[in-house]
Write a protein that binds this ligand. Structure first.
Ligand code: SF4
Ligand code: SF4
Length: 90
């Protein structure tokens, strides 16, 4: 008998947790003051994809946030929980 093991190796398209849970203090197009923790970024579309992907107007902080298995976990709920916790301790 064989087992199939799935390992996440990169950002889950359509997750969007890192565009909702953390606060962002730098300006975002359409949100000049940035955004508070827990608020959905105005640039996150209905499929939880960034409207500014590949666009130079995408904030630098977003370019710096990279997939991290320990933060992103296995599901969007994992990622939200980890990011909320990180926000509370930083
Ligand atoms: S929280 Fe992680 S998996 Fe989810 S969109 Fe952000 S980088 Fe991708
Ligand atoms: S600009 Fe794009 S990557 Fe940055 S928080 Fe908003 S939706 Fe996410």
């Amino acid at each position: 008998m064989s087992a199939i093991i799935t390992v996440e190796v990169g950002c889950r398209a359509g997750c969007g947790a890192c565009c909702i849970a953390p606060s962002i203090s730098s300006p975002i197009p359409g949100m000049p003051e940035g955004k508070p923790a827990g608020m959905r970024c105005i640039q996150l579309d209905g499929n939880n994809l960034c409207r500014l992907f590949g666009d130079p107007k995408r904030p630098a902080v977003c370019l710096r946030f990279d997939y991290d298995h320990d933060i992103c976990g296995q599901t969007r709920d994992d990622a939200i929980a980890n990011l909320v916790w990180l926000e509370s301790v930083t």
